[in-house]
Design a protein around this ligand. Structure first.
Ligand SMILES: [Zn+2]
Length: 283
């Protein structure tokens, strides 16, 4: 007579165990696959750091509300922001604008106050072509984390005065020279109503000796959804730009201004960043 048997050794139990094992394997593969997908582009140090994942759940890997600091665009949107620092330069801005116009691409220019007043027609042309302008300090000589008080205030605010003297409007985005900042700098910039814009991809294009193909390769090597690409308003960059735009287009990336990138962030970081941008004076 067959008894219900020992549940540990019965055929049903063995089958049950096999099923559990299969479910466990499938679930583990699914977890690893989801983790790989979510961790793409984050780097291993971040990917294995629980604190990073906590920040990421809150959207703080994209935008840190505390310092009003934009670090990355939406990872699920196939768009990138091209940013050009240090101009407007008479030797390169017009060429860069012509290339962007030909490809119907909009970008963001972090301009220096003294260059704005030296080349006002290029600043106006940039705005008329639909690009966005950000503050890159008045003279780019001092790093904002090495100065303080009124000296720092002037370095930031005088660039806005330079911009206003040409356009009658005010700036709302800022990138510190050399991307050098600390909590004190971010506290000052936020109190002045700025969103500070970082970058994810450095092209190292600031030397005239750089070959255009090397600049293009460096730019494209790490570009992903939501990349903020750091370029400069120099002739070497202008020469590399057609190749950069061609490959970005082939890979299906749309080029957007920083404000548009902010408007496509996930809800939590977006509402926080836009609150500050909309409270600032319109560009
Ligand atoms: Zn710069």
């Amino acid at each position: 007579m067959q008894t219900s048997g020992n549940p540990v050794n019965g055929p049903n139990s063995i089958q049950h165990k096999k099923n559990k094992k299969r479910i466990l394997i499938v679930a583990s593969i699914a977890v690893v696959a989801i983790w790989f997908y979510a961790a793409r582009g984050t780097g291993w140090t971040n990917a294995i750091n629980p604190a990073y994942w906590m920040r990421r759940m809150r959207g703080e890997d994209l935008y840190r509300a505390e310092g009003a600091l934009l670090l990355h665009g939406n990872r699920d949107v196939p768009e990138v922001a091209l940013t050009f620092d240090d101009g407007p330069h008479a030797e390169s801005r017009a060429e860069i604008l012509a290339i962007l116009k030909k490809e119907s691409v909009k970008a963001t220019f972090f301009d220096v106050g003294v260059n704005m007043t030296a080349n006002p027609e290029l600043l106006i042309q940039t705005i008329e072509q639909g690009h966005e302008i950000g503050n890159h300090s008045q003279d780019h000589r001092s790093r904002l984390d090495t100065i303080e008080g009124m000296e720092r205030h002037h370095e930031i605010n005088d660039a806005d005065i330079s911009y206003a003297s040409v356009t009658g409007k005010h700036l709302k985005l800022l990138r510190p020279p050399g991307m050098r900042y600390n909590d004190s700098v971010l506290s000052d910039t936020k109190s002045l109503g700025y969103v500070v814009v970082g970058y994810t991809t450095a092209s190292r294009d600031f030397s005239a000796d750089e070959k255009p193909e090397d600049i293009a390769d460096r730019t494209l090597a790490r570009t992903e959804n939501g990349s903020i690409i750091l370029l400069h308003d120099y002739q070497a960059t202008a020469k590399a730009l057609p190749a950069i735009l061609k490959v970005l287009k082939e890979r299906g990336f749309r080029c957007v201004t920083i404000s548009e990138m902010v408007s496509h962030l996930p809800t939590r970081p977006r509402s926080s960043a836009q609150k500050l941008l909309l409270n600032s004076n319109p560009n």
